[in-house]
Design a protein around this ligand. Structure first.
Ligand code: BGC
Ligand code: NOJ
Length: 814
């Protein structure tokens, strides 16, 4: 069952029924000001940091799930009837409803009682504000006397404090109102230099800023007393809960349309110019007023919207494909790339499943995310890499997370996740291959942000590589530390107290538990690093890395192979995890995927066998589960993984992030059918038809789909902010379609299904547009290349001479 449809032409998903199984959201903003918006206008906004600069209030874990947001009310004044044009919060029936989630904007439209209302929500580029552009049309044969009420609740900035520290919060809220603009200035009187404003393009009939005056005692957003009554009270918030609401009266002739624009913005003032007059406590509104004046004008809002459209067209235009599979095309050309940008902007901080309070930017996550967005925003990718590397510790280890506002490592979580350092090598490798910007390796970058500790970035990579060699366990495999990629495999934790964090509690000294996954990662990162070293002319160093890689591969063969698949780890007692010797958790996806994608066991058939075991034991029609059999009870020596009920999350859920590892593994053994089949099983667009089972958005990946041990097998959770986005994008574009960046140019190495006759693609790479046409002439995936009409040997398209704009590439597969 579907709840809408894709409009690929407009790059939109159109939701036609407001009560989707779960809120289906979108992101507004792509630079500093951000918003999350659901299909019924729920969600919230923040400036840069979802915890520390939260602009509007939102309550997680609410019932209904999604309540609170950017709500408008329409009221038919003669009858007193009122409704929400976005369905929530009144849930009044609508004659027609549609929500169009597009690239950086959402338009929610509906019709009721002859009144059509459509609101376009977006954040203009280079501005710290959002626009709600409402168009109301009267389709009645007679005139309509309407009231429009806006509403939002201000957050008292620190979202954590806002939702807990009520004894203080109920007394600090402050606003100013001037010319119909509502200014939220809680704590501005003391140490904050920022405030928010909420303005309206029309002359207003009234306002409210005290939530409980607007709602009325014992009432909720579905039934505000002010809207019922038909006018606001001009309340001025002192403490309690500041809100913003404007009242606009509209008299519409039959057929007449009117626009009302609301602008919600964030403004910082220089510390010495906070007040106007300077010796007062009144906000200096000069800058804010100029901004408001601009966006009150529809033509300016429209122009800003067109600029946003153009921005996304350009970004997405960098890689466009035309394959025989509509779901592949749609995800690559539109939604998967778009989701990669959301993970770039948000990491794992703010979604409807991440509260914006808990997590900053993850070291491991952000480095992997680079694989998906580096081609779209290389300059910002560079900055991200340098920020990440600046939180690295002198040992080569890394803070697991850092806060985006301060760019400092997060002390609460600390470090000790022994996979972390290698992801920096993977991230830098992806950047170098995409851009050819070798200068980044010479950038001076500090450790733990300590001034004076700077070394060239290249040395950070050396320390990353060394980190593992300094931490090998009894079998010569890398020690796991707190956890590796799987945050829930906590082999040194041994937690027996409720409430302890599995990620930060370490009750063992960690000299025994080893990770075969990190060994696979070491092989991949080591090869990457050797290539980087070679390019810097450091041949001896490169050979030493390759020697270490070969040694690690041999160790994996000796101690990491279980007979039919790769072992996952050794626990603190030196016992195997992910082996036929185990009663539960006999086989794990991570090592089958990662070892094969890293090329371990390609020559001696281990890779093929590991992939066969994966197919036999882990693959389901909804995707590949993380391990089998699921843990049926808590194992203190394994940690959080066994804390989840079977089939969820890391305990045998379909953890979509690592499915692409197997997909890439399948391409490495030349099995395009299997690779694309796995790709399709978790492709959200291909699952659209089963939206009542999948339940999350059909246009973006979710972190997890319930595994076969769960009663809800096939149900997705935790949409949007997941490494799944980048890895799938990377798997489909670089490994299945095989348009692969390398240090020396673009490789063309498709491993596509046998039934595909071919495909076309346009890829902009280092300033050159490559028009690529792949034609299947036989079953095999061997490539015969023609570049600008001339046959060339191998499958590398050499870098063209400077100034070249377009390169034509033809590849025959057969
Ligand atoms: C989740 C993991 C996550 C970890 C760190 C765990 O509860 O299951 O997926 O990586 O927390 O936040
Ligand atoms: C989500 C985390 O963000 C990521 O870092 C981790 O690798 C996976 N969960 C698996 O535990």
């Amino acid at each position: 069952m579907k709840f809408g449809h894709f409009d690929d032409q407009n790059r939109e998903y159109v939701i036609t029924q407001p009560d989707t199984p779960l809120p289906w959201i979108n992101y507004l903003g792509c630079q500093a000001y951000f918003g999350i918006i659901s299909n019924t206008a729920g969600g919230y906004s923040f400036y840069r940091d979802a915890r520390l600069r939260r602009i509007t209030r939102y309550r997680y874990n609410n019932a209904p799930f999604d309540l609170g947001g950017r709500y408008l009310y329409l009221r038919d004044d003669p009858s007193g009837e009122f409704w929400s044009p976005s369905w929530q919060p009144t849930q009044h029936k609508l004659e027609q409803y549609s929500c169009r989630h597009g690239m950086g904007y959402t338009t929610i439209g509906s019709t009721y009682s002859g009144i059509e209302a459509s609101t376009r929500y977006f954040v203009p580029l280079d501005e710290n504000l959002e626009i709600w552009q409402l168009t109301v049309t009267n389709h009645r044969p007679q005139a309509a006397e309407l009231s429009v009420f806006s509403s939002l609740e201000f957050c008292l900035w620190d979202a954590q404090d806002d939702s807990t520290n009520f004894q203080r919060n109920f007394s600090i809220g402050q606003v100013e109102i001037e010319d119909g603009v509502i200014y939220h200035k809680t704590e501005y009187r003391e140490r904050r230099d920022h405030f928010a404003f909420f303005a309206c393009s029309e002359k207003i009939a009234g306002y409210d800023t005290q939530r409980d005056v607007f709602l009325g005692p014992y009432r909720g957003w579905d039934n505000p007393v002010a809207v019922e009554r038909g006018h606001l009270s001009n309340s001025v918030a002192h403490g309690w809960a500041p809100l913003g609401s404007h009242h606009v009266k509209l008299s519409l002739k039959p057929g007449e349309s009117r626009q009302v624009i609301f602008v919600l913005g964030y403004q910082e003032n220089p510390r010495d110019q906070k007040f106007d007059p300077p010796d007062s406590q009144i906000i200096n509104k000069k800058a804010a007023k100029a901004t408001i004046a601009k966006y009150r004008v529809a033509a300016n809002a429209d122009a800003a919207f067109e600029k946003l459209r153009a921005y996304w067209s350009e970004l997405l235009g960098l890689c466009q494909v035309d394959t025989p599979d509509v779901h592949t095309n749609r995800m690559v050309n539109i939604w998967n790339a778009y989701q990669c940008m959301a993970t770039f902007n948000m990491s794992r901080s703010a979604s409807f499943y991440e509260s914006g309070i808990g997590r900053g930017l993850g070291f491991r996550d952000s480095n992997q995310d680079l694989l998906g967005f580096v081609h779209m925003v290389p300059v910002r990718a560079r900055e991200r890499i340098l920020d990440l590397a600046s939180t690295q510790l002198p040992t080569g280890g890394a803070y697991h997370q850092y806060q985006p506002l301060t760019k400092r490592g997060n002390n609460d979580v600390g470090s000790g996740f022994n996979d972390d350092p290698h992801w920096l090598i993977i991230g830098v490798g992806a950047y170098l291959k995409e851009t050819g910007d070798w200068s980044i390796l010479d950038e001076p970058v500090p450790y733990d942000n300590a001034p004076g500790s700077e070394t060239p970035l290249y040395e950070h990579l050396q320390r990353s590589f060394r980190y593992t060699l300094d931490r090998l366990g009894p079998h010569g495999l890398p020690l796991i530390g707190r956890a590796d990629w799987n945050d829930c495999l906590n082999l040194n934790c041994f937690s027996d107290s409720p409430g302890q964090s599995f990620q930060t509690t370490t009750n063992k000294d960690g000299k025994v538990a080893e990770s075969v996954f990190i060994a696979g990662l070491f092989v991949l990162a080591g090869r990457e690093f050797a290539e980087i070293a070679k390019h810097r002319g450091l041949d001896t160093e490169a050979s030493s890395y390759l020697a270490e890689v070969a040694k690690m591969e041999a160790t994996i063969r000796e101690h990491g192979w279980d007979g039919e698949w790769f072992i996952r780890a050794y626990d603190d007692f030196g016992r195997k995890v992910g082996s036929k010797e185990n009663a539960e958790g006999k086989i794990f996806i991570e090592t089958q995927g990662f070892c094969t994608l890293a090329g371990v066991g390609l020559e001696d058939g281990l890779a093929v066998r590991a992939l066969e075991s994966t197919r036999k034991l882990l693959a389901t029609k909804h995707g590949i589960v993380l391990q089998q059999p699921a843990y049926s009870k808590y194992y203190i020596e394994l940690g959080e993984i066994s804390s989840y009920p079977p089939g969820y999350k890391e305990n045998a859920g379909i953890f979509c992030h690592n499915n692409p590892w197997v997909i890439i593994g399948e391409t490495r053994v030349d099995n395009g059918d299997a690779a694309h089949d796995y790709y399709s099983r978790i492709n959200p667009s291909a699952r659209e038809e089963i939206s009542e089972i999948h339940r999350c958005e059909p246009y973006v990946y979710s972190q997890m789909i319930a595994g076969r041990d769960a009663p809800t097998h096939g149900e997705a959770k935790n949409s949007w902010l997941t490494g799944t986005a980048a890895w799938n994008y990377y798997a489909i574009t670089q490994w299945i379609l095989g348009i692969r960046t390398s240090y020396d140019g673009l490789l063309i190495a498709p491993v596509i299904p046998k039934s595909w006759r071919g495909f076309k693609a346009t890829r902009k790479f280092r300033g050159v547009t490559y028009n690529i046409e792949v034609q299947r002439t036989g079953d095999c995936n061997c490539v015969a290349l023609e570049v600008n009409g001339k046959p060339i040997k191998g499958n590398l398209v050499p870098l063209p001479p400077p100034g070249t704009a377009i390169v034509e590439v033809k590849a025959r597969l057969g």
